[in-house]
Write a protein that binds this ligand. Structure first.
Ligand code: IPE
Ligand code: IPE
Ligand code: MG
Length: 260
């Protein structure tokens, strides 16, 4: 199935598919406003973009997709928008279960999940359990998430371990922090995409994107489709990932391997 489906995307290099793509899905409000609608109309149409994105990821064999769906800072939005987003979240994951199963996609989450309404937590847990055996692509939804929040939580865990004598402060290294983060089970993103033309990180995966390739597109999230994802992957494939080394060294070592 993979090679057939990959073959339908011209120009894509099957040997350099990013393992992990993280996406800042931005521009729903502006998309709605352009059409004279309320912001939530844009969020609802954003679901089509999510479905398209996941289908593409499964088709080309991207193992992990992290979607920034709700940030720590998004709690500062008007209550009405927050409530509508939470309802949309519950409805969508319930409705999309057959598509997750069909595309062999496993659902996971990162973030301060317990800050979400209990019906959201319940629906997420149910869907995680139902999709736990799926192996094609892992969808990681970042909910009530921010990079700084995760780093602080990780630091607290490590400090507690140090206090209890379970870890020697001298032995704290990158791996200690990697293992304490919400993202511990996943490789670092190879590619980060942000839609809507904004060129900032907005507190997403701060630690994990240290060496990610970044692709910005002016497309607003509800309009994002497979062709735009393909464009981002082709852009990624055109980059030389040097990880601090020189081009000449890469020629000797073999290219494109993310060592971190
Ligand atoms: C992204 O779209 C979705 C969330 C942050 C939940 P926005 O709602 O930020 O849309 P804009 O950026 O205001 O257009
Ligand atoms: C980032 O988008 C958060 C998500 C996509 C969930 P925002 O729209 O909240 O970011 P800023 O406020 O423009 O930086
Ligand atoms: Mg925005």
């Amino acid at each position: 199935m993979t090679s057939d489906t990959l073959a339908s995307y011209p120009g894509i290099n099957p040997h350099r598919i990013p393992r992990h793509v993280a996406i800042i899905m931005d521009g729903n409000g502006r998309w709605a406003k352009q059409q004279g609608h309320m912001r939530i109309f844009g969020h609802k149409h954003g679901v089509n973009a999510v479905r398209n994105t996941l289908e593409f990821a499964a088709e080309v064999g991207i193992e992990f997709v992290t979607l920034y769906a709700f940030s720590t800072e998004n709690w500062n939005r008007p209550e009405r928008e927050i409530n509508a987003l939470m309802q949309l979240l519950v409805d969508t994951i319930e409705k999309e279960l057959p598509n997750l199963m069909k595309n062999n996609i496993r659902l996971k989450t990162i973030g301060n999940i317990h800050q979400l309404p209990s019906r959201c937590v319940r629906q997420l847990k149910e869907t995680e359990a139902a999709t736990a055996g799926n192996t094609r692509t892992t969808l990681i939804l970042a909910l009530s998430y921010s990079g700084r929040w995760d780093i602080i939580e990780a630091v607290k865990k490590i400090a507690l371990n140090a206090q209890n004598g379970e870890i020697d402060i001298e032995n704290i290294n990158e791996d200690t922090l990697n293992r304490a983060l919400n993202t511990a089970e996943y490789p670092n993103p190879d590619l980060l995409i942000r839609t809507s033309g904004e060129m900032r990180i907005s507190n997403f995966l701060l630690w994990e994107i240290a060496y990610s390739e970044i692709h910005f597109t002016s497309v607003l999230w509800p309009d994002f489709r497979k062709e735009h994802f393909l464009e981002a992957v082709l852009d990624y494939q055109s980059r030389e990932r040097r990880f601090g080394k020189t081009s000449d060294q890469l020629a000797e070592d073999g290219k494109g391997v993310n060592p971190i």
